[in-house]
Write a protein that binds this ligand. Sequence first.
Ligand code: SF4
Length: 281
Amino acid sequence: MLNLRVTIDSRSGFCFGVVKAIGRAEKSLAPGRPVYSLGSIVHNEEEVSRLKTSGLIPIKHADLEQIHDSKILIRAHGEPPETYELINKNNNEIIDATCPIVLKIQDRIKRSTDAGEFVLLFGKPDHPEVIGLAGQTNGQALVFANFEDIDLDTLPGKLTLFSQTTMSLDAFYSVRDQLIARGFEVNMQDTVCRHVSGRRADLREFAGNHDVIVFVAGSESSNGKVLFAVCAEANARSHKVSSADEIEPHWFNPGESVGICGATSTPQWQMEEAARRLRMM
Ligand code: SF4
């Protein structure tokens, strides 16, 4: 036996918006009647397939026209108004699991637009949350992922600046500073979600406090790649796995401390499975 000392990072795993969305999904599921999730409820294949066996079926936007008289779940990222219209048109029931934080930001963006403000939205243009936020402006928001992408000559002198919730706080403030430096009057609305923005610093500290790190995340999770890089920088003995079976005994020496952590899309049960496997080694 290796007698490893195993700790799960209490700050890793789903943010509260995703926990809430999964709770809503589980509550709405009943035997024999599927619920369709518009997009994957979380970027984690194992969790998506666990929910699929209970009847939560992921669909794409292109499938929406064909779905009638069913239950459709809107995930934590939210959706633009057109999606609600399409779902309702086909007599479907909406299970709205949009994160309450995202809902509030949608509302603020809508109010800014209605008040005639020029909305600049810092985020990835094809990210579902950004599509939902920009959808509150009737296509009038200017969405950009890098300051260099903005055509400054087309902007009015006065701007209202919002951000996708998962953008880097430093990058967002840098955009604001660059706009001000070029003479724009900026009404900044800090909409970066604090449930994720503090994760890097927390993880760096956690990774530095253990002999070995096991980082659990789905292979598709972009947040997982970024956060694993943070761990690897703080602790060279960091290993990324997508499930507990990928953990190799030769990574550890007897009696070492092992920290288990993960991305914002890693379910708690996957980290617990990893802990069980390590304790059996
Ligand atoms: S706004 Fe924050 S809490 Fe809500 S889903 Fe996004 S990251 Fe999670």
